[in-house]
Design a protein around this ligand. Structure first.
Ligand SMILES: O=C(O)C1=C[C@@H](OP(=O)(O)O)[C@@H](O)[C@H](O)C1
Ligand SMILES: C=C(OP(=O)(O)O)C(=O)O
Length: 447
């Protein structure tokens, strides 16, 4: 008889408990942010290229499909995805799903196509902000029809070229607005000169990632002045990318070490990276963990990042403005800590897959946590937690928060854990395998 409790398709998945210190070495799938940038750049490059160890997940599959729909050849049959740019053309339809990177990054390149490119997505995607990108595109000479909504659904009516030039926008709701314009900007006749006017732009590492990747493609980017990014017109050279493991998706795995007093090593953690998830090294250190890059893994060859959890997990006061996507996992860990925490600077995560501040306050509060919701963050004071249903709001990182709490507390049922497929194939199976519950895929090594 299969164990129904182990079935990640169940509406309410009993999160496995870490009943003893977890000891494991894990290999994680590739970065969503790196994969989707590499795909966009490959599709507008001057020749064919390969995206090695691409992440295969809902967000990256939607990106690949949108590029194919516009005329690029994208072969996703192996682990290394091959992209041959073509003449971009419409009519085509782009399904954004719930992927911010598809909804924001694809319209500026769709503007280079001949013909109409129509965009829509999941129901909640119609609430996620994109109006500033569309307004900026109009300012750069692109015809966009959004019936005045400033949101999905909309149509980009491409003419095969974009004048480009200077544009001012408010990117305080999402760094992706800036990344989107920079990624396609070199292919505009005058390039782009993007200026931000508004409250601080969040997620700076993601803008740095965009700029670093553009430079790898031979694109000239001037980011020497604050709140201004200029991309010179010119070709986007074809380059092969090797995708790093997704460091933000490492959060729940490293959290397991932190909450159980065990040791978890994530293989191939880069020494240098633009990924926001690298901030986990500092955050977990502040919470009392021992964190170290290791050149040779205890269990064999290869390198990685090793985290060993403390006897008593400490709370933190931390500004997550630059690394907001870590907030759900970090908040869940703070709910298990022995001291109070204050997480600040993340008003913008109310526009992520769900209003994450409200969702975290509600769901952790429902399990007994003392959480106060602020306009730009959350504070938590230690309280005994109990089991119950943890709702996920179609948000992969809410599911990560749920399984983290469930590893530390009996009887947590995570609703729709399968929503993790947005950025991590078979997350639940992997997680269950790690905690000794079958079925689960084999891990590299498990102590
Ligand atoms: O450019 C990217 O790949 C991302 C940028 C960030 O978006 P925001 O700036 O909207 O937070 C991040 O949270 C998201 O997960 C991925
Ligand atoms: C905010 C996120 O995703 P998106 O790329 O859809 O904005 C996220 O993955 O945490």
């Amino acid at each position: 008889m299969p164990d129904p409790a182990a079935d990640p398709r169940a509406d309410h998945w009993p999160a496995p408990r870490a009943t003893s210190p977890v000891s494991a070495v894990v290999s994680l799938p590739g970065s969503k942010s790196l994969t989707n940038r590499a795909l966009v750049l490959a599709a507008i490059a001057d020749g064919p290229s390969v995206v090695r160890r691409a992440l295969r997940s809902r967000d990256t599959t939607l990106m690949a499909q949108s590029l194919s729909a516009m005329g690029a050849e994208v072969d996703t049959s192996g682990d290394d995805w091959r992209v041959v740019p073509g003449d971009l053309r419409g009519p085509a339809h782009v399904d954004c799903g719930l992927a911010g990177t598809v909804m924001r990054f694809v319209p500026p390149m769709a503007a280079l196509a001949h013909g109409d490119i129509a965009f829509d997505g999941d129901a909640h995607m119609r609430n996620r902000p994109v109006g500033e990108v569309l307004r900026a595109l109009r300012g750069l000479g692109v015809d966009v029809d959004d019936a005045g909504r400033g949101a999905l659904p909309f149509t980009v009516r491409g003419t095969g070229s974009v004048p480009g030039g200077t544009v001012v926008l408010d990117a305080s709701a999402s760094s992706q607005f800036v990344s989107a314009l920079l990624l396609a900007g070199a292919r505009y006749e005058r390039g782009v000169d993007v200026r931000h006017d508004g409250k601080p732009v969040p997620s700076q590492p993601h803008i740095d990632m965009t700029i670093a990747m553009l430079r790898t493609h031979g694109v000239e980017v001037d980011d020497s002045s604050p709140n201004r990014w200029a991309v010179a017109p010119g070709p986007v050279r074809a380059v092969d990318h090797l995708i790093e493991p997704d460091l933000s998706n490492a959060a729940p795995f490293l959290a397991l070490a932190a909450l159980s007093g065990g040791t978890v090593t994530v293989r191939d953690w880069p020494r240098e990276t633009t990924q926001a998830g690298d901030a986990l090294r500092e955050i977990l250190t502040l919470m009392g963990c021992e964190v170290a890059h290791v050149d040779v893994l205890d269990a064999g060859s290869g390198s990685g990042l090793r985290v060993t959890g403390p006897e008593r997990l400490q709370g933190i006061d931390y500004d997550l403005h630059d690394v907001g996507e870590l907030a759900p996992a970090v908040t869940a860990l703070c709910a298990l800590a022995e001291g109070p925490s204050h997480l600040r600077g993340i008003a913008h995560i109310r526009h992520h897959e769900t209003d994450r501040l409200a969702a975290l306050a509600t769901e952790l509060g429902g399990l007994g946590a003392h959480v106060v919701e602020h306009p730009d963050g959350l504070s938590l004071t230690p309280a005994p937690l109990h089991g119950g249903v943890f709702h996920t709001y179609a948000d992969h990182r809410m599911a990560h928060a749920g399984v983290i709490v469930g590893a530390g507390v009996d009887g947590v049922l995570v609703e729709d854990v399968a929503t993790t497929a947005k950025t991590f194939p078979d997350f639940a199976g992997f997680w269950a395998g790690l905690l000794g519950r079958t079925p689960g895929p084999p891990l590299d090594e498990q102590g």
